[in-house]
Ligand binder design. Sequence first.
Ligand SMILES: NC(=O)c1ccc[n+]([C@@H]2O[C@H](COP(=O)([O-])OP(=O)(O)OC[C@H]3O[C@@H](n4cnc5c(N)ncnc54)[C@H](OP(=O)(O)O)[C@@H]3O)[C@@H](O)[C@H]2O)c1
Length: 337
Amino acid sequence: MKAYRLDSFGSLDALRLHDEPDPAPQRGEVLVRVRAVSLNFRDIAIVRGRYPRKAVPGLIPVSDAAGEVVAVGEGVESFSVGDRVMGAFHPRWFGGEMPSTIARDSYGAESDGWLCERKAVSQEAIVRLPDALSFEEAATLPCAGLTAWTALTGPTPIRAGHTVLIQGSGGVSTFALQLARAVGATVIATTSSPAKAEQLRALGASAVVNYVEDPEWGKSVRKLTGGRGVDRVVEVGGPGTIGQSLRAVALGGEIASIGFLSTENPGIDFFQLKMSGASFRNITVGDRAALIELTRAVAATGLKPIIDRTYDFADARDAFAHLDSGAHVGKVVIRLS
Ligand SMILES: NC(=O)c1ccc[n+]([C@@H]2O[C@H](COP(=O)([O-])OP(=O)(O)OC[C@H]3O[C@@H](n4cnc5c(N)ncnc54)[C@H](OP(=O)(O)O)[C@@H]3O)[C@@H](O)[C@H]2O)c1
C-alpha cells in the first residue's frame, strides 16, 4: 500500500509517499480501506514544530479518517466486511476519565495516523458512519466535529436561548456554529476576513466581528448581547484571545478552552479571570461514546459538514498547504480513490 510519512519536522517537503506492506488485521482488529481523511490545525502544528505535546518524526500523519472494512481479524463481532466506519480520535478513550495512554495513542504525533491506503485498528477504535454522510463528510467528525460537540455539551449543554461565541471560520468553529444553531442557540462569530464574515452569516451567525479591525472585539461581542455576555466561548485562539474571551463571557458562562491558534502570549490577568464569574473547561476532543452521540445528532438534524476543498491523495501536500494558508472556511479533505 501507499502511505505518507512525515520524515522530519519544519517543512511540508518532508511529507513523502512510501510503498509499504499491506497491514493484516490481528485478533480483535479490522482492516479499513481508507476512503477520505480530513486535516486539522494540529496536523500543520506538528509539521511546523508548534504542537504543544510530544511529536516524533517518521510517522504516518493525520488523525481523522473514514473508510470501509475490507477484512476482519479473529474474534471481531462488532463489524463486518463492507461496513462504513470512521476512526475515533482517541482510540482507547471509551468514556469516563481520560486514560493515561492518551498521548501515546495520539495519531500522527506518537503513533501512526491515517494518511495511508489501509490501516488495521482495534474494533473498539472505530465507529459506524451516519448513513447520510459521504466518506469525505464523515472524515471531518472525529476531531473537529467531536471537539465542537464536547464544547457545546459538557456539564451545561447549550440550548435555545443561549448565545455561543465562535472564533474564526476553521473546522472546529464552523462545526460549533452548525451544532449551536441546530439546538436554537444564537451564534456570534469573529473572523479576520470580510468575505468570510458573509459566509459565516449565511451559515447562521447572527453577528460577526472582525477581530483584526477591532482588537477590543470581546467588548463588542458583549455589547451585541445587550451587555450580558455570551454563555459559551468556543475558545480556539488560546493565549492571544483568552483576554478578550473573558470580556465577552457572561457571569456564570463558560470558556471551553480548545486551541492555540494565536502566536502571541500576553498572559492572563488574575482579577479579570476572577471577576468574569465564568468557568474554564479544558477540552481534549472527546471520547468514543461522545463520538457515537455526535453521529446520532448529525443523523437526526441532517447536519452536513462544511468542506472547503477536497484534494486527491496524490496532492496531499497541497491540501496541507491550503490549510496552512488559513484561506479555508470549514474543513480541508483528502480523498482516496
Ligand atoms: N483541545 C482540543 O481538543 C482540540 C481539538 C481540535 C482542535 N484544537 C485546536 O483548536 C484550534 C482550531 O483548530 P481547527 O482545526 O479548527 O483550525 P483551522 O481549521 O485551521 O482554523 C483556522 C482559522 O482560525 C482562525 N484564526 C486563526 N488565528 C486566529 C486568532 N488569533 N484568533 C481568532 N481566530 C483565529 C482563522 O479564521 P478567519 O480566517 O476566519 O480569521 C483561521 O482561518 C487549533 O489550535 C487546534 O489545534 C484543539
